[in-house]
Design a protein around this ligand. Structure first.
Ligand SMILES: *[C@@H]1O[C@H](CO)[C@@H](O)[C@H](O)[C@H]1NC(C)=O
Ligand SMILES: *[C@@H]1O[C@H](CO)[C@@H](O)[C@H](O)[C@H]1NC(C)=O
Ligand SMILES: *[C@@H]1O[C@H](CO)[C@@H](O)[C@H](O)[C@H]1NC(C)=O
Ligand SMILES: *[C@@H]1O[C@H](CO)[C@@H](O)[C@H](O)[C@H]1NC(C)=O
Length: 385
C-alpha cells in the first residue's frame, strides 16, 4: 500500500511497525528504567543535516498484527515505531483515530509543530517517545488525558513555558523533560509523583527544589543538571531512601549541604558540581555504603570529611577541585573565595532550605515515624567565616 500524506507542506513517511508490544504494557522494572536513564541521556543531538525539501516517494507499510483488546478477532495498530527515520513533518490530527495505540515512538526525526488535540483520544497510550524532534509550544497537555501512560519522553525538543502540576499526579514510571526550554518553578506537586526516574536537565527551571520532594515514593534517579535552580537544598532530600542518582550540578544552589544527605543510603552518584555551596561537606557522606562517585567540584566548600580525602574504600571517586579547601590541590584563589564566604547564607531562614515546616509538608505526627525523627535534625550550622 502506498499513500501520501501531505500536511502544511511537509511530507510524512509512515512505517507502522510493531512486534510483541505486549511487553511494553508491563510496568518497567527498576533495572529497565535505570538503563533507559543512562541510555544516551544527555548525548542525543539534533540531526544537523538540512532537511530534504524535495518531495520524496512516501512508502507506507501498515502491518495489522495486534488484536484489539475488546475484540480478539479484530486486528489493530497498537504500536508505531518510527525512530531515526529522518522524517520531517507535522503529526496529522487523523492519527487521533488510532485509538488502539499503546506505543508511539518517533524519536530522532524532524517532526515539528505540536501534538494534535485529537491525541487526547489515545487513551490506551502506555509509552510516548517523541524525543529529539522539533516540537514546539507549551508542555503537550494531551498526554494528561492518558490514564495508562507510564513512560513519557519529550526531551530534545523546543517545548517551553511552565510544567503543568498534573504531570506529577500521573502514574508515570519515567519522565524525560531534558533539553527543552521549559522554565518557571518545578511544581510542588512533584511530591505526588510515582516516577522512578525524572530528568529536568538543560532547561531553564528556576526557584527552589520543592520541599515535597521527600514524598516521591519510588524515586531512584533525579537529574537537575544545567538549570537556574537555587536557594538552599531542602532537608527533605534525605528522605529519598531509594535514590541512587542525585545530580544537581550546574545550577545556583547556595548555603550548606544539609546533613540529611547522609541519609541517602542507596546513593551511588551524587553530583553537586558547579554551584555556590559553602561550609563543610557533611560527615558520613563518604561512608555511604553504595557511593561510587561524589563530585562537588567548583563550589565554595571549606572543609570535607577525612573519609572523602583518603577513602578506605578504593571504589569511591571524589572530585573536590575548584573549592576553597585548605591544603587541597586545584582550589579557588582566596580572593575568589572571600566575597562568598564572608556572606554566608543561613539556610534555616532560606525559603528553599530549612524544611519540615512548610504548608506543603505534613507536620510531624506520632504516626509518621520518619517525619518525626527527621524533625529532630537541627538546621545546618552556619559555615565558619
Ligand atoms: C498531592 O499530595 C498532597 C499531599 O501530599 C495533597 O494535598 C494534594 O492534593 C496532592 N495533589 C494532587 C493534585 O493530587
Ligand atoms: C531563564 O529564566 C529567567 C527567569 O525567568 C529569564 O530571565 C531568562 O531570560 C531565562 N533564560 C533563558 C535562556 O531562557
Ligand atoms: C524503597 O523501596 C522499597 C522496596 O521497593 C519500598 O518498600 C520502600 O517503601 C521504598 N522507600 C522509600 C522511602 O521510597
Ligand atoms: C563521576 O561523576 C562525574 C559527574 O557526573 C563525571 O563527570 C565523572 O566522569 C564520573 N567519574 C567516574 C570515574 O565515573
Amino acid at each position: 500500500m502506498a499513500n501520501l500524506i501531505r500536511t502544511s507542506g511537509c511530507f510524512l513517511l509512515f512505517t507502522f511497525f510493531f512486534s510483541s508490544f505486549l511487553s511494553y504494557l508491563l510496568a518497567l522494572t527498576d533495572a529497565e528504567v535505570s538503563l533507559i536513564a543512562h541510555r544516551q541521556l544527555l548525548t542525543l543531538h539534533d540531526n544537523e543535516e538540512l532537511p530534504n525539501e524535495f518531495e520524496f516517494e512516501v512508502d507506507v507499510k501498515v502491518t495489522f498484527a495486534n488484536k484489539a483488546l475488546d475484540d480478539p478477532k479484530l486486528s489493530v495498530v497498537a504500536g508505531v515505531d518510527l525512530n531515526q527515520a529522518d522524517i520531517a513533518g507535522y503529526l496529522p490530527s487523523e492519527m487521533g483515530l488510532m485509538t488502539d495505540l499503546a506505543l508511539f515512538h518517533i524519536n530522532s526525526n524532524r517532526f515539528c509543530g505540536v501534538l494534535p488535540d485529537s491525541f487526547s483520544k489515545l487513551t490506551l497510550m502506555h509509552e510516548l517517545d517523541i524525543s529529539n524532534n522539533r516540537f514546539v509550544g507549551s508542555f503537550p497537555k494531551v498526554v494528561l488525558n492518558w490514564p495508562n501512560l507510564k513512560y513519557l519522553d519529550i526531551r530534545f525538543n523546543d517545548f517551553e513555558g511552565c510544567l503543568p502540576e498534573e504531570v506529577f499526579v500521573k502514574d508515570l514510571d519515567a519522565l524525560f523533560l531534558n533539553n527543552n526550554r521549559f522554565g518557571c518553578n518545578i511544581p510542588e506537586s512533584i511530591g505526588n509523583s510515582t516516577v522512578s526516574v525524572v530528568v529536568f536537565a538543560n532547561n531553564n527551571f528556576t526557584g527552589c527544589i520543592p520541599h515535597s520532594i521527600g514524598n516521591m515514593a519510588n524515586l531512584n534517579e533525579i537529574i537537575f543538571i544545567g538549570n537556574s535552580l537555587g536557594g538552599c537544598f531542602p532537608l527533605e532530600i534525605g528522605m529519598l531512601k531509594n535514590a541512587t542518582v542525585f545530580d544537581a550540578s550546574f545550577n545556583q544552589f547556595t548555603g550548606n549541604l544539609p546533613s540529611t544527605f547522609a541519609d541517602l543510603k542507596k546513593i551511588e552518584d551524587l553530583n553537586l558540581e558547579n554551584n555556590k555551596l559553602t561550609g563543610i561537606m557533611p560527615q558520613n557522606i563518604c561512608n555511604l555504603p553504595c557511593l561510587k562517585n561524589l563530585t562537588f567540584s567548583s563550589n565554595y566548600f571549606e572543609g570535607e570529611d577525612q573519609a572523602c580525602l583518603s577513602p578506605s574504600r578504593k571504589d569511591i571517586v571524589v572530585d573536590d577541585t575548584g573549592n576553597c579547601l585548605a591544603n587541597r590541590p586545584s582550589q579557588k584563589s582566596s580572593s575568589t573565595c572571600l566575597p562568598i564566604l564572608s556572606n554566608p547564607v543561613d539556610c534555616s531562614k532560606d525559603k528553599c532550605g530549612g524544611g519540615f515546616s512548610t504548608p506543603h509538608h505534613k507536620p510531624p505526627s506520632p504516626k509518621s515515624s520518619t517525619l518525626a525523627s527527621k524533625a529532630e535534625i537541627p538546621p545546618p550550622s552556619k559555615p565558619p567565616l
